[in-house]
Structures are given as C-alpha cells and as structure tokens.
Design a binder for this molecule. Structure first.
Ligand SMILES: [Zn+2]
Length: 68
C-alpha cells in the first residue's frame, strides 16, 4: 500500500501491517510527519501531524509567563 505525502508528493510505501492503522508515519523523502488513517488496505485520510506545533505553542506560553 502506498500513500502520497501531502508535503512533497512522494509515494510513501507502507507495509501490509498498516492495512488498519490510525496514527503517524514519517515521509522518508522529506521527513514530514503525517497523520494517516487506513482501513481495509485503503488510505482514508492523510494530513500533516499536529504534534510539533502544539509543542512549540506550549513553549511559547511558558516563555511569555516567565517574561511577565
Ligand atoms: Zn514528503
């Protein structure tokens, strides 16, 4: 099974163990973290994973609190 990276368009090759999968995979072409959902060996959704922005947001809030 393959899915297209939303960042670079590379066809990321997934093994058969991803036939029923919901979670994150990393595009090995550009390194973008993708949040995917598959069902019956079909790709249902592909999106950017949001974990990295959440981490930077909390770091920014903490820095603001320290500054105040
Ligand atoms: Zn990519």
């Amino acid at each position: 099974m393959k899915l297209n990276c939303v960042s670079c368009g590379h066809a990321v090759d997934l093994r058969n163990s991803y036939d029923h999968y919901e979670g994150q995979v990393k595009c090995f072409a550009c390194g973008t973290l993708l949040s995917i959902r598959t069902e019956d060996g079909q790709v249902r959704s592909v999106a950017y994973a949001s974990s990295t922005p959440q981490i930077s947001n909390s770091a920014t809030q903490q820095a603001t609190a320290d500054f105040a």
